[in-house]
Design a protein around this ligand. Structure first.
Ligand code: FAD
Length: 387
């Protein structure tokens, strides 16, 4: 027997340091997350503060950023950490992605020195949590239509509007909020508890239940002039952050797929149907082989994009190829694994249905599959089929 990732000897493409980082994150997930995550998913409650501190101690929060208490690791190491986290649950990877690649990255890339000093070291340590408010109730795929405004009043800014579907919202100490101003879209740091700023959790989710998702309401929120991120002008600001987070998903989705496949291979070896192990049937082996092939291809793609990112040449279109393919294939793998688990596949006793419904969110956030197809289509034809 050979493990799905060993089939293509993918470890030979990693450095010793990268393997070590992956193994460390895996150990933490095995100890701190896996034993509890099905319960968190079932109750829809996540001990986000405790988890953030644990993840901060391991050094995965903003691990690909340099300075300010961040670990300054390479893109592949960051991707492998995302893979291990998402093998535990997409909700945990979402917590880390939003903290590191959206909130921290926005401050790191576009913030003033004072903003960086104030927020980044505490966020890297997991003592403070951040969220990223771009989507609105009427504007998801088309953030350029946003209605949230920031208006100057004397030396202050006053923000009004609503952000929707915001990961980490109610557990955040700071929200990076994108708003329309006279000079185009700008980013603002809104500390929790600022008068006029309220956060409501979104209930009744069937997907990403081990993740906090909230609505942010800004009603005349008055902020000092230095709450604005000076380095971000226009939509390229938030889109630059999204590109970082999407990169993590390229690896992360393969983690969810790997967990499904490993679970299913073990299950089919044990489960007897018609007096033989389920794994002994040709139809089963064809499914397992197809899934291992797609997993291997997805991991190779992720590694390739990781090396391009490390070389500083990764383009948004390439990230779209990775996000579109790997989330689509991960979802396909999760669904196929579910069939092999039969009725057991619909319970939380096994992680497969949890990964499957989680991946439905991953398919939609950070750019839907359709939007990534349109980005690739534009690159291929030179014609933008969307604004
Ligand atoms: C669990 C979860 C967590 C999230 N976390 C965050 C967060 O932390 N911060 C944040 O800002 N946002 C977050 N989001 C929001 C997410 O980014 C949006 O849901 C996503 O961008 C899609 O927007 P929408 O839901 O409004 O769908 P819509 O934009 O309304 O899209 C609906 C459908 O129309 C399709 N479509 C859209 N435009 C076109 C077109 N031009 N041509 C063809 N088809 C098109 C889409 O692909 C989709 O299939 C989160 C979402 C979820 C589910």
């Amino acid at each position: 027997m050979i493990a799905p990732t060993a089939l293509l000897a993918l470890d030979t493409l990693l450095t010793e340091e990268e393997r070590e980082i992956r193994n460390t994150v895996r150990r933490v997930c095995d100890k701190e997350i896996r034993p509890h995550v099905a319960g968190w998913f079932e109750t829809g409650e996540l001990p986000a503060r405790e988890l953030a501190r644990t993840l901060g101690e391991v050094g995965v929060l903003g691990m690909h950023l340099e300075g300010y208490g961040c670990a300054g690791m390479g893109a592949v190491s960051y991707g492998l950490a995302c893979l291990e986290l998402e093998a535990a649950d997409s909700g945990l990877r979402s917590l880390v992605s939003v903290q590191g690649s959206l909130a921290m990255y926005a401050i790191w890339k576009y913030g003033s020195e004072e903003q960086k000093q104030e927020w980044l070291p505490a966020m890297a340590a997991g003592e403070r949590i951040g969220c990223f408010g771009l989507t609105e109730p009427d504007f998801g795929s088309d953030p350029g239509g946003m209605r949230t405004t920031a208006k100057r009043e004397g030396g202050d800014w006053v923000l009004d509007g609503t952000k929707m579907w915001i990961t980490n919202g109610s557990v955040s100490d700071v929200a990076v909020v994108w708003a329309r101003t006279d000079e185009g879209v700008r980013g603002f740091l809104v500390p929790a508890g600022t008068p006029g700023f309220t956060v409501n959790d979104i209930k009744h989710k069937i997907s990403l239940r081990a993740s906090v998702t909230s609505e942010l309401v800004l009603d005349g929120v008055r902020l000092p002039a230095d709450a604005m991120l000076p380095g971000a002008r226009g939509l390229s600001g938030p889109l630059g952050c999204l590109n970082e987070a999407r990169f993590g998903i390229v690896f992360g989705a393969m983690g969810a797929a790997l967990d499904c496949l490993e679970t299913t291979i073990a299950y089919t070896a044990e489960r007897e149907v018609f007096a033989r192990p389920l794994a002994a049937y040709q139809l089963t082996q064809e499914k397992l082989a197809d899934m291992a092939v797609e997993l291997g291809k997805g991991l190779l793609l992720a590694l390739h994009l990781g090396r391009l990112k490390e070389a500083g040449t990764l383009t948004p279109e390439q990230v779209s190829v990775g996000k579109l393919n790997n989330v689509r294939e991960a979802l396909e793998i999760a669904r196929k694994c579910r069939t092999l688990l039969g009725a057991s596949g619909i319970t939380l006793e096994y992680p497969v249905i949890r990964h499957s419904v989680n991946l439905e969110s991953v398919l939609t956030y950070e750019g839907t599959s359709e939007i990534h197809a349109l980005v690739i289509g534009k690159a291929l034809t030179g014609i933008a089929a969307f604004k």
